[in-house]
Design a protein. Structure first.
Length: 340
């Protein structure tokens, strides 16, 4: 699944400035390029995927996009998003010279699309601390608020003029991955970039309204069902939410409509660690974590093959929802007690 280049020829950059020469060398030598991001796509994944695809097209390359999982309704306004085909759209053994992988700490995070990466050069652009450096070119900036911020820096260094649709895509990426500019990762540079994207044509009111204030009736019903089962543990410092398959059916909702539900766990006074448990199967539960006040949920997620950021991570636990619930209460309680 890795390319033929050996380790001594790989590029690993942790600088805020993109390794433009190395990235362009691979793209210029390519004919067919795949642009992909992670399963359960969010605003940063979709926004950067669309923007990078447009950039690669401008180089005269044959560009393909792919997704594994549905696109949440809230991002359907983005230009070109409805043209990202699901992985099942590709029936044969498609061959790509290069793959640009965005916001994925490991190859497995792109899901079933990883089958396209045999003998393919990989450009890996990410801001996760636990990135496994799986690319031929690895540009990793853990200080960046989002991959959207990183892609903006790449476009600036490349001298690219950002058209309004691309500005909208990148602004969506930055806004959503910073929690509407409230996470600690939001820096003065983040706000400067947001301003530049507004100058380039991004409409902040429109984007915010589309993402946060344009909820489907089925999503509202789903939110109500999930919040009705809210749990507090460890003296009110832990909040758990559970989403079952029965809830999805009752609300007539898709799983993608659960995007952002985990954020409700930290809306509560006194809560410093929260999790959303999504029932995937009888013995499979997908967990999204949120935390604050020094609770490293990425350390918990990594125990189960997941990862992410210090205060926002996820993993898949191969146990029932109830067993997962008991395990998380234990692990999150221990993490809180370790703070002293």
């Amino acid at each position: 699944m890795r390319s033929k280049l050996n380790d001594k020829n790989r590029t690993i950059s942790t600088d805020s400035r993109p390794p433009l020469a190395e990235i362009m060398a691979i793209l210029n030598d390519s004919r067919k390029v795949l642009v992909a991001s992670h399963i359960d796509p969010d605003g940063d994944a979709l926004g950067t995927q669309l923007a990078v695809a447009e950039f690669v097209r401008s180089l005269g390359k044959d560009v393909s996009l792919v997704r594994d999982n549905d696109i949440p309704h809230k991002y359907r306004f983005l230009n070109g998003v409805n043209d990202i085909p699901p992985v099942d759209h590709y029936r044969g053994n498609e061959l790509f010279d290069t793959a640009v992988i965005l916001e994925c700490p490991s190859v497995t995070r792109i899901g079933r699309a990883s089958r396209f990466l045999n003998d393919t050069k990989i450009i890996n652009i990410d801001h996760h601390l636990d990135n496994s450096e799986f690319g031929d070119v690895n540009w990793l900036n853990v200080k960046a608020s989002s991959v959207g911020e990183m892609v903006y820096e790449l476009f600036q260094l490349a001298g690219l003029t950002i058209a309004p649709p691309v500005a909208e895509q990148l602004y969506t990426a930055v806004m959503t991955d910073t929690g509407r500019f409230r996470y600690r990762s939001t820096s003065p540079r983040t706000m400067e970039i947001a301003g530049k994207l507004i100058e380039a044509g991004a409409d902040p009111q429109k984007i915010c309204d589309e993402v946060y204030y344009n909820v489907l009736p089925s999503t509202m019903k789903l939110i109500g069902k999930v919040l009705n089962g809210i749990e507090f543990h460890h003296h009110g410092r832990i909040c758990l939410l559970t989403l079952t398959q029965d809830m999805l059916r009752a609300a007539e909702a898709h799983e993608s409509e659960s995007d952002g539900l985990v954020d409700y766990t930290l809306f509560n006074c006194g809560v410093i660690a929260g999790a959303l448990l999504k029932e995937i199967g009888a013995n499979t539960t997908r967990v999204s974590f949120r935390s604050k006040d020094g609770i490293d949920v990425s350390a918990i997620a990594s125990r189960y093959g997941g990862g992410g950021h210090f205060n926002a991570s996820g993993c898949t636990m191969h146990m029932s929802v109830e067993d997962t619930r008991l395990e998380l209460i234990k692990l999150l309680s221990e993490a809180i007690d370790d703070l002293g």
